[in-house]
Design a protein around this ligand. Structure first.
Ligand SMILES: [Zn+2]
Ligand SMILES: [Zn+2]
Length: 107
């Protein structure tokens, strides 16, 4: 989805296996592995040990995550509309209609 992914969140775990084969020299093994996630859902892993780092390429979010996110939006819109049906102003109606059109295209 992005041309260039950017780290939005990062978790750390202990190293268990090579996550950057072909990139690392082996010196990076044995320390920690950072898992970075982009706002679009793409992830990459970075093995780090003693100040050395080896980064895996970014991998795109899986189809499952895409489907999950889409269902989340659909559910949110449906719930919001049901809850506030009688109180929506014109701008809110337009906004929700716009999202409906996008969801139609993406399904
Ligand atoms: Zn991204
Ligand atoms: Zn490695």
């Amino acid at each position: 989805m992005h041309k260039q992914h950017r780290m939005k969140s990062r978790t750390v775990q202990s190293w268990s296996h090579c996550v950057a084969p072909g990139v690392c020299s082996g010196i990076e093994h044995g320390g920690v592995v950072y898992v970075e996630t982009c706002s679009c859902g793409a992830t990459r892993q970075i093995e780090a040990n003693g100040g050395r780092e080896a980064k895996s390429p970014w991998s795109e979010p899986s189809e499952d995550r895409y489907r999950g996110a889409l269902e989340g939006i659909r559910f949110t819109v449906r719930t919001f509309r049901a809850k506030h049906y009688n109180f929506l102003d014109a701008a809110q109606r337009d906004f929700l209609a716009e999202i409906d059109i996008c969801l139609e295209v993406l399904k």
